[in-house]
Design a protein around this ligand. Structure first.
Ligand code: ATP
Length: 289
């Protein structure tokens, strides 16, 4: 039995350049892993079956689950004829803009590589990952990266900047596809913001970073789900801190340079937030672990 952690991500920037002929959108974004993780336990099965077990509600356990898809891709690429038992402990909110499913799939690929001693490099695993979904290659590496193309083309950003991330999740689901479909030409940009963010991260400029966070999907999510926009207003008023949205939402987050500041924001919000999952994490968990 082997354990692999699947870390959630937030978007520090998310620019959409346009719609591509293949139906995907051309994006340019800075992805950042945070220390919130699902636990993926893997064990060989000798009956050739891929079996997923989870106590989490609201996710499929059949072929629609990205973990099952990842196991199939791994066995196809490596030619290994085996089965696997996957036990998935979900901690990352589902359909929340935190890439939970993508990260689980990446953890399955990394974990099977260890379980079967196949010694594929992370680069080779990331190629398998691109067959499963646009965010899965980033999740194979974790850390911080600029993701371009449909999200699968990565440039890693080495940096030492640690930040506290207060996550605020309004216990509801938002479909990523629905948000991308509702984008209008005015949401597309020709200038991207990822390089400026990269510089700020490398300079460890914790004052500049929250001001540079931007997400071109926010307009659509806020207009289709006004309750998310109202929640963002409330959080901003109470914490007097900028509030950002991760991915296609609905998860919101605030950045703080220290644990003490994150605790202050958390305590200010705790009493007035109803039906909201709220907790804080640090950026830069161990890569690939
Ligand atoms: P992204 O940020 O990449 O758009 P997300 O965090 O918004 O993703 P997920 O939590 O990955 O969304 O879930 C999206 C959908 O994928 C869910 O509605 C769920 O039915 C399906 N799904 C498949 N596999 C998983 C998994 N292992 N964990 C969670 N959801 C999964």
């Amino acid at each position: 039995m082997l354990l692999e952690r699947a870390y959630a991500k937030i978007n520090l920037t998310l620019d959409v350049l346009g719609r591509r002929p293949d139906g995907y959108h051309e994006v340019d974004m800075v992805m950042q892993s945070i220390d919130l993780s699902d636990l993926v336990w893997l064990d060989k099965r000798y009956d050739g079956r891929i079996v997923l077990e989870t106590s989490a509600a609201h996710i499929p356990t059949d072929d629609r689950n990205l973990c099952v898809q990842a196991a199939k891709v791994f066995f196809r690429h490596t030619g290994i004829q085996s089965g696997v038992h996957i036990n998935l402990e979900k901690n990352i909110p589902v359909a929340a803009g935190l890439a939970g499913g993508s990260s689980d799939a990446a953890a399955v690929l990394r974990g099977l590589n260890r379980l079967f001693g196949t010694e594929r490099s992370l680069g080779e695993i990331a190629e398998m990952a691109a067959e499963i979904g646009s965010d899965v290659p980033f999740c194979v590496y974790g850390g911080t990266a600029i993701a371009q193309g449909r999200g699968e083309r990565l440039t890693h950003i080495p940096h030492q900047c640690q930040m506290q991330v207060l996550l605020i999740h309004p216990r509801m689901f938002v479909s990523t596809g629905e948000i991308y479909q509702a984008l209008e030409p005015g949401d597309f940009v020709s200038h991207t913001t990822s390089l400026v963010m990269k510089e700020a991260l490398q300079k460890q400029d914790v004052d500049a970073i929250p001001k540079l966070v931007a997400n071109r999907l926010q307009r659509v999510t806020f207009s289709l789900y006004p309750e998310v926009a109202q929640l963002a207003d409330k959080v901003e008023t109470v914490t007097r801190t900028r509030v950002h949205m991760s991915g296609s939402g609905p998860t919101l987050f605030c950045l703080a340079p220290t644990v003490q500041q994150a605790n202050r924001m958390y305590n200010a919000l705790r009493g007035i937030m109803r039906d909201v999952y709220m907790t804080h994490f640090v950026t830069n968990p161990p890569v690939g672990g």
